[in-house]
Design a protein around this ligand. Structure first.
Ligand code: NAD
Length: 501
């Protein structure tokens, strides 16, 4: 009998009465390791209710107290980051060093949110009109919902909840049902850090849980990260129910390599960004756009490196781990079949890889296609696996036109030694995050993360100043305090629209 994971509400496990469960697997061995309860509508109600009950007190808790709990959370996470990385590897499959990197990038947001007293400072104007002062303040929203994808079980939720909590909101996190354990571990860490019960809650489940969050009147905002069709649905449904929504979607990220680039560096980075986390990153490079004479040498260098990578169990020092599920593996393999059938040149074939792992894990090795054209499904679709497609173009202008014609706009990179070309690229390309000789340009926590076009619905990006803005709303106070010497106010009747004087 495997263990079953239930919800977390009001500081304790909340046992679900559901008859629907999801299997959680170890992708490196293929074994089912636990089950997760998939929420019923009653569960949704109970978890949101726990967050709503905790809100008035948390919102009135001083900033000093709130941030002291955040500091404690940070310290505990520093001490125990390894445990969380192991949980991530066991359920997602990414190699341990990558899982540790994910935790570290999430921790950056905790550190950013520790500065909430400064970030929440409003502004004040004395004597804006005679005897009248104006100030602006920002206040929390209430209960906020976070819905996260499978590929970053810790980091993506951490893009949001440290800021939401520090700003005085209470949180319901709905993690991906494929990787539910990290959220539970984090909930227990919050309790240890002294967070009051009900401020951080975890609702496990699928569409029922998501729809509950999207429509419940107590939930004031939704931060969603996942595939584009679901992001669009979440945005449309959430906003139709009066919620503030930021819905980050899928991606197809291009790396342009100009002929003057350092081709060894470009090849190294294409490997890191194409095959890191088995290509299951929204910022993965999945299309390399080789300009002019860069093509042949670049493909050769990428192929040589790809062939040298070890695919296997992420706990054994492999370079690249498995895909998250058997279905994901089969889907990726079917794209490789389709690319071959469409006439792309299959330079390195990852199907049939012999992994360094025991059992029946979900492996596809690094795969490289050359001479990919923009009508092929290996170019048009987000494969979300270790498949790198090289598209050849003759000029820089063609490369930019190709990226700008793509419906996604999450991240992109250019490899060049020409500062003028790089500067033009950052100006012209219609993508939210740009790397210049940097392949995975994930902004630091104090900047904001988000794409353009079908990679983000809503107008607020994650973390940084935009994150603080998202989890708070503004209020402006106009105040008149009469000088004690002039009390009485006679002769002030005036029914006209107030004008400044
Ligand atoms: P997904 O869209 O399948 O799932 C995301 C969340 O939505 C999960 O919590 C899931 O339970 C829920 N969900 C799934 N189907 C649903 C439905 N029909 N109705 C309501 N909710 C539903 O995404 P995934 O496979 O977990 O994650 C991979 C995707 O996430 C990729 O497309 C990737 O690009 C994207 N992603 C984007 C970013 C970004 O910052 N833009 C970051 C990470 C991942």
């Amino acid at each position: 009998m495997t263990e079953t994971l239930h919800h977390w509400a009001a500081g304790a496990v909340l046992k679900s009465a559901t008859d629907r469960f999801g299997d959680v697997t170890d992708p490196a061995s293929g074994e089912v390791t636990r089950q997760v309860a998939l929420a019923t509508e009653t569960d949704v109600e109970q978890v949101i209710e726990a967050a709503a009950r905790a809100y008035p007190r948390w919102r009135d808790t001083s900033l000093t107290k709130r941030t002291s709990i955040l500091f404690r959370f940070r310290e505990l996470l520093n001490e125990r980051a390894g445990e969380l990385a192991e949980i991530i590897t066991a359920e997602h499959g990414k190699v341990l060093s990558d899982a540790a990197g994910e935790v570290a990038r999430g921790q950056e947001v905790v550190e950013f949110a520790c500065g909430m007293p400064h970030l929440l400072k409003g502004s004040a104007t004395e004597n804006a009109s005679t005897g009248i002062d104006i100030s602006s303040i920002r206040q929390p929203l209430g209960v906020v919902g976070i819905i996260s994808p499978f590929n970053f079980p810790a980091m993506v939720p951490m893009w949001f909840f440290p800021i939401a909590i520090a700003a005085g909101n209470t949180v319901v996190l709905k993690p991906s049902e494929k990787v539910p354990s990290a959220a539970q571990w984090i909930a227990e860490l919050w309790r240890e850090a002294g967070l009051p019960d009900g401020v951080f809650n975890v609702l496990h489940g699928d569409k029922v849980a998501v729809d509950g969050l999207l429509t419940h009147p107590e939930v004031k905002s939704i931060s969603f990260v996942g595939s584009t069709p679901i992001a669009r649905y979440v945005y449309e449904t959430g906003t139709a129910h009066g919620k503030r929504v930021q819905a980050l979607g899928g991606a197809k990220n291009h790396a342009v390599v100009l002929p003057d680039a350092d081709l060894d560096m470009a090849a190294d980075q294409a490997i890191n960004a194409g095959f890191g986390s088995a290509g299951e990153r929204c910022m993965a490079i999945s299309a390399v756009v080789a300009v002019g004479s860069a093509g042949d040498a670049l493909v050769e260098k990428i192929a040589e490196r790809a062939r040298g990578l070890v695919t296997g169990d992420g706990r054994r020092g492999a370079d690249m781990g498995p895909l998250v599920t058997a279905a994901a593996r089969d889907r990726v393999a079917s794209y490789v079949d389709a690319g071959e059938a469409a006439g792309a040149t299959l330079v390195v074939d990852g199907r049939g890889v012999t992994p360094d792992a025991d059992g029946q894990g979900f492996f596809v090795g690094p795969t490289l296609f050359d001479h990919v054209t923009t009508d092929m499904s290996i170019y048009t679709d987000e494969i979300f696996g270790p498949v790198l497609a090289v598209v050849r173009v003759d000029t820089y202008d063609e490369a930019v036109a190709l990226i700008n014609a793509n419906p996604y706009g999450n991240g992109t990179a250019i490899f060049t030694n020409d500062g003028g070309a790089a500067r033009r690229f950052q100006n012209e390309v219609e993508v939210g995050m740009i790397g210049i000789n940097v392949p995975v340009p994930v902004p630091m926590a104090y900047y904001s993360f988000g794409g353009w076009k079908n990679s983000l619905f809503g107008d607020t990006h994650a973390h940084g100043a935009e994150g603080v803005h998202f989890f708070t709303r503004g209020k402006v106070v106009t105040a008149r305090w009469i000088d004690p010497a002039r009390r009485g106010g006679a002769g002030e009747l005036d029914l006209g629209f107030p004008r400044n004087s």
